[in-house]
Design a binder for this molecule. Structure first.
Ligand code: SF4
Length: 469
């Protein structure tokens, strides 16, 4: 549903964006031990298929218990791949993580705590000191029940909605508005989750029906109001622009509502027509008009103008935040930080050269994990449970150029020289002479290359010019 594995795709301009401060210099050094690993957990279930979506998910819940079992087992089995100590960020993406029941989420957090992925709560209250095992069968007892804050399924873990929650780790959970009833919000507030990323996409019914979203326009706005009232101080929303049903006036209104709601982070993506989606099939058959680059350009300009005027920092091509509210997790991806990907379809990166991804099939994932009892078993599952690629020097350099240019920190020639050598740094500078002359890059006299407003719309091309192939 959101920004996830961004680095793996080179489909990057705002027009074609799929969608998810550490020193880049350190991140791309020869060892991955210098930066702590962040954790991504993929929850591969959705109520219904959005027409544009090509993420890994299933609307069948048949394998749900087995997949949650597998996720917990994968967390236990692969713990040794990380350094000791807590992780700085956990991101529940999907799919739809807000479909998790209180017990399912409690099982995952219990595993995270038992295997020291998370710091325990400061011992402020006696009932928050003991770890409690949550059994799969507890799911049945709690499903659909009215959960409440402090009901005891997250003992020993700090409730994330407290202001100090971000002081330990950023723990983000993607949520859809139709799941955010009072009971679910109360449950999340009692859990260690301290950042919600809500898949709003639009506040207009016409857009939502076109995208086949499960929620209504009323639920979209109400969801943000409810989580604000519940005390979540880190709330991000996703919006989609440039779609066939979205007029300029509707997009302007979406932006106005978003900033009026006071969220401190906004991710905005151009609607992408992917070939194997319902939208892609209908466009290919001529039943629906294709998207329009001129509209993307207009909506992107409106987006940047409105949000920067409202005080948001445009810190990555598709991401805006109020000061101090960058997504630590996504910033980690963009700066080459290692990440462990858990769950069906999840990707991981060792921070150096190896990228690995799990099978995008819930049943195959669950079957494999039912058999695995040790890290050796997991290693032997290469090829059917997961696959991997080894990045070359050129791959790493190209990714650095792409992710650097997409961020407002840009690409520094000094860093390029240190990380990849004088030859590649010279290649980059020479490759950008034309783009500098065309005004696609800002003033580069300080040796840092940042996209101008015009350049942002052509990010893929500008970065591609600097690649070594
Ligand atoms: S909620 Fe929609 S966009 Fe998000 S993963 Fe599910 S189908 Fe895809």
């Amino acid at each position: 549903m959101s920004p996830r594995l961004i680095i793996h795709s080179f489909n990057y301009s705002p027009i074609h964006d799929e969608r998810s401060e550490h020193s880049p210099a350190v991140a791309l050094s020869t060892t991955h031990y210098l930066l702590p690993t962040i954790l991504y957990i993929h929850i591969p279930f959705c109520k219904q298929a959005c027409s544009y979506c090509n993420f890994h998910f299933s609307t069948s819940m048949k394998t749900r218990d087995a997949v949650i079992d597998g996720i917990c087992k994968e967390l236990r089995t692969r713990r040794g791949e990380l350094a000791d100590g807590p992780v700085p960020s956990v991101y529940f993406g999907g799919g739809t993580p807000s479909l998790l029941t209180e017990v399912e989420l409690g099982r995952i957090f219990a595993t995270l705590q038992e295997y020291n992925y998370l710091l325990p709560a400061t011992p402020a209250s006696p009932q928050k000191t003991a770890y409690k095992t949550i059994r799969p069968q507890d799911h049945k007892n709690n499903q659909g029940g009215a959960a409440g804050a402090g009901n005891g399924l997250f003992p020993g873990l700090q409730a994330g909605s407290r202001p100090e929650g971000r002081g330990t780790a950023e723990i983000t959970l993607e949520a859809n508005p139709d799941d955010l009833d009072e009971a679910t919000i109360a449950n999340l507030a009692a859990s260690p989750v301290n950042r919600l990323s809500i898949g709003i996409q639009s506040f207009f019914e016409e857009d939502l029906r076109f995208m086949n979203r499960a929620h209504s326009a009323g639920e979209a706005r109400a969801a943000v109001e409810k989580v604000n009232r519940a005390g979540f101080h880190d709330v991000s929303i996703d919006l989609i622009y440039g779609g066939q049903t979205t007029t300029n006036e509707m997009w302007a209104e979406n932006l106005r509502i978003a900033t009026d709601l006071g969220v401190n982070h906004i991710s905005a993506y151009a609607l992408t027509v992917e070939p194997k989606t319902a939208l892609g099939v209908n466009v290919a058959k001529g039943k629906i008009a294709d998207t329009d680059d001129a509209k993307f350009q207009r909506h992107f300009d409106m987006l940047v103008n409105h949000l920067t005027a409202a005080g948001y920092r445009h810190y990555e091509i598709s991401n805006f935040c109020l000061p101090g509210h960058e997504s630590r997790h996504n910033s980690g991806y963009w700066s080459g930080q290692p990440y462990l990907g858990i769950g069906p379809g999840a990707h991981g990166f060792d921070g150096n050269r190896t990228r690995r991804w799990n099978v995008s099939n819930n049943a195959a994932y669950a079957r494999a994990w039912a058999e695995i009892t040790s890290p050796a078993d997991f290693a032997a599952a290469d090829g059917f449970l997961y696959d991997a690629e080894i990045l070359t020097d050129n791959d790493r350099y190209n990714e650095y150029i792409m992710t650097g240019l997409r961020r407002d920190i840009g690409v520094s020639v000094e860093d390029l020289t240190r990380l990849f050598g004088a030859e590649k740094a010279r290649h980059f500078v020479e490759s950008q002479l034309g783009n500098v002359a065309a005004g696609l890059l800002q003033d580069v006299s300080d040796g840092t290359y940042r996209l101008s407003r015009a350049g942002l719309m052509r990010a893929d091309g500008v970065a591609g010019d600097g690649f070594v192939v």
